[in-house]
Design a protein around this ligand. Structure first.
Ligand SMILES: O=C(O)c1ccccc1NCC(=O)[C@H](O)[C@H](O)COP(=O)(O)O
Length: 214
C-alpha cells in the first residue's frame, strides 16, 4: 500500500534535481530566494526549473522577509503552488500575503526549546501549513537549511490546527525515527540529500523518500 507520508525536497538548483525529485515521488519541490544561500535562484532560473516540474509536484517558493516588490516579481514570473515564509514575518504579514497572492502560505517556525512552541499555535491560526524546523544557531548566515536537528521529543504528540511538516537536519538515515517519534505526516529536507551545498544527490533523494515512506 502506498505510504501517505508526503516529502518536500528543498533548495533545488538544477533541472536534474527537479527530475530526480519527481521520479522519487516527492510531493513538493522547494526553490530558495535568499541571496546569501548557496541554493539561491534568480527569478528566471526558478521559472525554468518550475516549468520542469510535472503535474502533481507542488512548487514552493521559499523567501525570507521579502518585500512586496520582491514577492510580486517571483509570483508573476514563477508558476507556484505555495509560498514558504522563512523569516521573521508577523502573523499579520502571513495573513496579508495569503490574501494578496491567493496562494497557500507555509510559515517556518524555528524550534530549540519548549519556549518556541507557542508560536506554532499562534501562526497555526493564520497560515495554511506550518514548517516545524530547527532554530538556526545565533549568528548563523542562513535562517534555515543548516542541516541541524532539534530535539524531536519536544513536539512528540503535539498537534496544530493546520497541516505541518517536520524539518531540520533530516537525512535518509534519521527520517524514519523522526517520523516515528513525532508522528509527522510530512517531512522536509535540504542539506541531508546534498553532496555539496546546493548540489542535490539523486541517490540520497531516493533513499530519503524510501526511508520516509517505508
Ligand atoms: O536552504 C537554504 O539555503 C535556506 C536559506 C534561507 C532560509 C531557509 C533555507 N532553507 C530551508 C530549508 O531548506 C528547509 O526548509 C529546512 O530548513 C531544512 O533544511 P535542512 O536542515 O538543510 O534539511
Amino acid at each position: 500500500m502506498p505510504s501517505d507520508i508526503r516529502v518536500k525536497i528543498c533548495g533545488l538548483t538544477r533541472p536534474q534535481d527537479v527530475h530526480a525529485v519527481a521520479k522519487a515521488g516527492a510531493a513538493y519541490a522547494g526553490f530558495v530566494f535568499f541571496a546569501k544561500s548557496p541554493r539561491h535562484l534568480d527569478i528566471e532560473t526558478a521559472r525554468a526549473l518550475a516549468l520542469e516540474a510535472p503535474v502533481g509536484l507542488a512548487k514552493v517558493a521559499l523567501t525570507v522577509n521579502a518585500s512586496d516588490a520582491e514577492l510580486d516579481a517571483i509570483v508573476e514570473t514563477v508558476p507556484l503552488d505555495m509560498l514558504q515564509l522563512h523569516g521573521a514575518e508577523s502573523p499579520e504579514r502571513v495573513a496579508d500575503l495569503r490574501a494578496r497572492y491567493g496562494l497557500p502560505v507555509m510559515k517556518a517556525i524555528g524550534v530549540a526549546t519548549e519556549a518556541d512552541l507557542p508560536a506554532l499555535v499562534e501562526y497555526g491560526r493564520v497560515a495554511d501549513q506550518l514548517l516545524v524546523d530547527a532554530k538556526p544557531p545565533k549568528g548563523a548566515e542562513l535562517p534555515g537549511g543548516n542541516g541541524l536537528a532539534f530535539d524531536w521529543r519536544l513536539i512528540a504528540g503535539r498537534r496544530w490546527p493546520v497541516p505541518w511538516m517536520l524539518a531540520g537536519g533530516l537525512t535518509p538515515e534519521t527520517v524514519a525515527e523522526a517520523i516515528r517519534l513525532t508522528g509527522a505526516r510530512q517531512v522536509d529536507v535540504s542539506s541531508g540529500v546534498e553532496s555539496a551545498p546546493g548540489i542535490k544527490d539523486a541517490a540520497r533523494i531516493g533513499a530519503f523518500i524510501d526511508a520516509a515512506q517505508a
